[in-house]
Write a protein that binds this ligand. Sequence first.
Ligand code: UGA
Length: 442
Amino acid sequence: IEADRMRVSVIGTGYLGATTAACLAELGFEVLGLDVDEAKIEMLRSGRVPFFEPGLEDLVVSGLESGRLRFTTSFAEVAEFADLHLICVGTPQKDESGAADLSYVNSAVDRLAPHLSRPAVVVGRSTVPVGTAATLAARLAALAPAGEEAELGWSPEFLREGFGVEDTLRPDRIVLGTDSPRVEKAVRALWHKQIDGGVPFLVTDLQTAELVKVAANAFLATKISFINAMAEVSEVAGADVIQLAQALSYDDRIGGKFLGPGLGFGGGCLPKDIRAFMARADELGVEPALSFLREVDAINQRRRARTIDIARQLIGGGFAGSRVAVLGAAFKPNSDDIRDSPALDVAATIASLGAQVTVYDPAALERARAAHPELNYADSMRGAVTDADVVLLLTEWAEFREADPDELGRLVARKRIVDGRNALDPTFWRASGWTYRALGRQ
Ligand code: UGA
């Protein structure tokens, strides 16, 4: 198949799938996106993206206008249309065990395969426990009328929410697990512009490709929890974790990225990926190899409890009857995603302890309201902090980083702030009369 004539289907139109589909259309491919959720497909067809992702809506609209990007709910249609199928469905946490729920991935293969009557390449992009792809490859070959000519490879993605378009069009690396020359050829064709432009392309076996993804997220989570552990020590030892992190970052073997101490990681990926990784290691009989990730998770959870403690100290006792302003609901800035959001977790816990909690977030209010109707919501930062006994900055949106302490000081009942993300300048806020507290600093 010639690269520029290759037709691609993208199965699943969540963060990963919608971004992948729109970017591939932008690169010149003919793309058909599929989702089982009719409402989502209707929205995408009308050029609207069901979540907040900078730059994505413009790409969807131009893809639709060019005719290169279309959407459907029919597996028969994608099987008929595409030479290459990309599986981009979610693999959420299943239950308390932490294991990944593979029902969407399994169902994508089960529903696509019976329609594959000519040679086809299926490539998974979802994050899966190591060993999943080999099982799916066998299942595909067994269910597809094309038999062994329906081949499956695995190519994990590394995109960050909020930078999805950029990370898809200019990835750090492309990893593909396959031993099939045909699968390799198709994926090379898909990313030929990136590969020609110098992006490293690594071909591995299926298991290594699956592991690269979870190993990368486990490393990132570990790095964050490492610096948060240093924050715990700094607090009691009288040190300053921000200066500590800065000093560490000049060693380029360590580097400064993901060394930001604070409330810790959340979102739809890092927390559930480390838990699924541990669950899988357990199944494979190598549980001790990943037992350190249990500590990574525990350190991360402790930061939430610590933030609540600091707020309680500032109020001077219990939360009952107090007014608490929470700035931030999304799990990180530039996102409306509230999955495992540290900010909302803290807000909900404080509310359960008897405080009146008012939350403001520039993008995630609607989702937060649906998930936590017990909290109050304000439609501006000023609204949220008005009459507050304590302000908690829990997601470091630019709007909060740039807030004017004098102006906010005139609105609150008491000038007390917990900077859960080390996003503010303590000297500046203290000079304006605020009692400023942060994680890992004096
Ligand atoms: C993460 C990875 O960064 C991506 O490479 C990966 O592709 C993606 O998961 C995925 O598996 O799909 P994402 O969940 O979008 O991306 O968010 P990150 O930017 O990694 O942030 C994760 C969390 O870590 C956020 O809650 C953020 O506030 C927190 N964080 C990040 C810190 O607490 N400190 C830091 O220094 C950096």
